[in-house]
Ligand binder design. Structure first.
Ligand code: NAD
Length: 253
């Protein structure tokens, strides 16, 4: 077990990549705070699945695009478990809209959750980690942040921002034994992108298959969990500000 006796917060962990990371962390011995916004039943199901395997987890409702809710959520977890060792900033929203369709509301929604919330969650935990002696942050970026796609400018801006705020946080916090790193997933089959995988998207799926060396158009959420465990474990203690791309090779060309 690589995360024995650690406490981890995984934002947006009632489904998708967050769910897979939370379940894997629990298997590695961590107590996991499962976060949901709108799906209490899904969050309870994740907690039940972890407990059924002998792990420890608790569900917390919080809109992690709002600083006040982040602060309340972090305090609840610290009160419940005595501290937090690992933060996975994972909650995200992805809208496929063209430049001209991007309203202020759509821009703000994506930047507030996918970037602003990530920064403020780290900021919230820094005073705690100054007392405990350190912590681990894993920000979930995207290949839409290390590269770019059409029809999602706000998402690309947010995820590109995650890559560089990861570096900026690492530059400032590295000396305090706080590791801030990022994972940039490629296409992963989750509820987030069901609308670009379904009927009518055959051409896109074929394109992704053709241009991915492994021939995999959509990875599985579980494919992200090994890298997350590595970045949460002592094995990554001297890695700071990195973004590890996990995309089945899509980015090599
Ligand atoms: P998903 O839609 O399956 O899960 C997103 C989670 O975020 C859900 O649990 C949802 O409830 C939660 N969430 C949404 N708004 C929230 C809010 N305001 N407060 C708290 N939680 C909220 O998506 P996913 O594919 O698992 O995405 C997880 C992360 O991975 C996101 O940051 C996403 O941008 C990133 N990502 C996904 C892919 C992909 O192909 N699926 C690729 C690259 C990056």
């Amino acid at each position: 077990m690589r995360l024995k006796d650690k406490v981890a917060i995984v934002t947006g962990s009632s489904m998708g990549i967050g769910e897979a990371i939370a379940k894997r962390f629990a298997k590695e011995g961590a107590t996991v705070a499962i976060n949901y916004f709108k799906s209490p039943d899904a969050a309870d199901a994740v907690v039940a699945a972890i407990e059924a395997e002998g792990g420890k987890a608790k569900a917390y409702k919080a809109d992690v695009s709002k600083v006040a809710e982040i602060e309340r959520f972090a305090k609840e977890v610290i009160d419940d478990f005595g501290g937090v060792d690992i933060l996975v900033n994972n909650a995200g929203v992805f809208r496929t809209v063209s430049v001209l369709e991007t309203t202020e509301e759509i821009w703000d929604e994506q930047l507030d959750l996918n970037l602003r919330g990530y920064f403020f969650f780290v900021k919230t935990l820094v005073p705690h980690w100054r007392q405990t002696g350190g912590g681990k942050v894993i920000n979930i970026s995207s290949i839409a942040g290390t590269g770019a796609f059409p029809n999602c400018p706000a998402y690309c801006a947010a995820k590109g921002g995650v890559v560089n705020v990861t570096r900026a946080l690492a530059a400032e916090l590295g000396k305090e034994n706080i590791n801030v790193n990022s994972i940039a997933p490629g296409n992963v089959a989750t509820p987030l992108n069901a609308h670009v995988r379904g009927p009518g998207n055959e051409e896109y799926v074929k394109l992704m298959e053709t241009f991915t060396p492994t021939g995999i158009a959509f990875l599985k959420p579980e494919d992200m969990t090994g890298t997350a465990v590595f970045l949460a474990s002592q094995d990554s203690n001297l890695i700071h500000g990195e973004t590890i791309i996990v995309d089945g090779g899509w980015s090599v060309w």
